[in-house]
Design a protein around this ligand. Structure first.
Ligand code: URP
Ligand code: ZN
Ligand code: ZN
Length: 477
């Protein structure tokens, strides 16, 4: 494979930024050098296969999106991105690793669910990928299977306190899975919403004839997220399992998390761009059925209650550790439309895998987070959290050459361009981010030393991406 010199840029890590050249040899980073370094008096640029000019640009580790759902079966349909379309879109946006969720359906063996996900992904990914395992039914077989999966590099397990009858686990099942996770050093990921209470509120709303998309949010009030978050933390405390709460949107839930973190408990929170930028009033409450585009769980929260600002604060203080997308795209036509006349039938999910790095970079532009915190939240911490650090999440000798050249003076328009047509690459007929204008641009993306995005063109291929056997989290106590 080729040697590449990325020259003249500012290399940004979670701990600092420095002017440096980066030498790539094959799939790995060979050296990070003082700008203009020579080798035994020879110009490095003359001896490599390719030079990428990065003057005036940031050179950052490729994004690690620790929460995606390619082809997820949900609500009688499937998330519309395949592993090929979804990972290609991710590459366009500077994400070079995804960790997707393999699904154990009720009554199915976990090992069979995982194998089904391997089959979907194998040979189809443009970037590297790993799996978490959704445990759809905690029983003796499932607990035994957790041991096997950890040995195979699937070291985190998602449980649901929501969606009764689908993915839901009761408290006893959660407790048993947490006990096993504590024994194995595996991470429990929790969808923390009180699904039993929510289902009652949903039925009551429907019986009053309240069927519009905004009712999705109104029937999942913050109390249902905070209560489940608190319960999950208590069960984690009881068992000693490390706990990572996914897609947090309610400020009260994060406040509870922060309180327990301050007491020293090993609990972590993730949020997603939609909860930082979008709201119940503006998006979910859009006229007619339009709000269906933004139906996701946990739901978008009221801007009047300032959840969005508070989440930014928690990102800055460190109580929220990771920003992932929860990428779960559905087309408006025929998929979101399954819920016409009944909001509870709208498939839950938003597509963002392509936009996460850009959207979070706006936090740097707006001075809500530092440049280094941007890298930490989108790459370094997810890599550490999910046993990938060293290979991913860092620009250092020996690491995989997953690198993004990011132009802070560039510009990115998201959505549908009147002349050019669709300007994103996700397999969706709309964008949840329509009209967002980004100060910044993903110029060049390397995935394990291969240039996959450059000059506004995709140069990658399905099948380049490899399955990542992950280690245990670096955040174990
Ligand atoms: O709305 C969402 N979040 N859809 C994907 C499934 C999940 O709960 O993560
Ligand atoms: Zn979830
Ligand atoms: Zn999810």
């Amino acid at each position: 494979m080729a040697t590449i010199l990325i020259r003249g840029g500012t290399v940004v890590s979670a701990t600092g930024s420095t002017a440096a050249d980066v030498l790539v040899d094959g799939e790995s980073i060979a050296a990070v050098l003082a700008p203009g370094s020579t080798l035994l008096g020879h110009d490095l640029a003359a001896g490599v296969d390719r030079v990428i000019e990065a003057t005036g640009k940031y050179v950052v580790p490729g994004g690690v999106d620790a929460h995606t759902h390619m082809e997820l079966p949900f609500g009688g349909t499937f998330a519309s991105d395949t592993f090929e379309t979804g990972t290609t879109a991710a590459a366009w946006g500077g994400t070079t690793t995804i960790v997707d969720f393999a699904v154990q359906r009720t009554g199915e063996r976990i090992q069979d669910g995982l194998e089904a996900w391997h089959e979907k992904a194998r040979g189809n990914c443009a970037i590297d990928y790993g799996f978490h395992q959704i445990v759809g039914g905690v029983d003796e077989d499932a607990l035994k299977a957790m041991e096997e999966l950890v040995a195979e590099g699937v070291t985190s397990f998602k449980l649901f306190m929501a969606y009764p009858g689908v993915f839901y686990s009761d408290d006893g099942q959660i407790l048993r899975a947490m006990q096993k996770a504590a024994e194995l050093g595996a991470m429990i990921m929790m969808h923390a919403e009180n699904g039993i209470a929510i289902d009652v509120l949903v039925q009551q709303a429907l019986s009053r004839g309240e069927t519009d998309p905004i009712n999705h949010g109104l029937t999942r009030p913050w109390e249902t997220e905070e209560e489940a978050t608190h319960r999950a933390i208590m069960l984690a405390r009881l068992t000693g399992a490390p706990l990572y709460i996914v897609h947090m949107s309610a400020k009260q839930a994060v406040e509870t998390l922060a309180r327990h973190r301050q007491q020293g408990y090993n609990v972590f929170g993730e949020t997603c761009p939609q909860y930082l930028y979008l709201s119940l009033e503006e998006q979910l409450g859009a006229p007619g059925f339009e709000g269906a585009k933004w139906v996701c769980s946990t739901p978008l929260r009221a801007r009047a209650e300032q959840h969005q600002d508070e989440l930014w604060t928690y990102l800055r203080t460190g109580d929220l550790s990771v920003v992932s997308t929860d990428h779960c795209p559905f087309c408006f036509k025929e998929q979101k439309e399954l819920g016409l006349g009944n909001f509870s039938m709208i498939p839950n999910g938003i597509g963002s895998v392509e936009h996460r790095m850009d959207l979070l970079y706006q936090g740097v532009v707006d001075r809500r987070i530092t440049l280094e915190r941007w890298v930490e939240l989108t790459s370094t911490t997810p890599a550490r959290m999910f046993g990938l650090y060293g290979r991913k999440g860092v620009i250092a000798p020996g690491a995989d050459a997953d690198i993004v050249v990011y132009d802070p003076n560039g510009h990115t328009s998201i959505g549908i361009d009147v002349e050019a047509g669709k300007t994103h690459h996700m397999n969706m007929d709309h964008s949840a981010w329509e009209g967002f204008e980004i100060d910044g641009h993903v110029d060049t993306v390397l995935s394990r030393g291969a240039v996959v995005i450059d000059d506004g063109t995709f140069h990658g291929r399905a099948g380049h991406g490899r399955f990542l056997q992950r280690g245990l989290s670096q955040y174990l106590q």
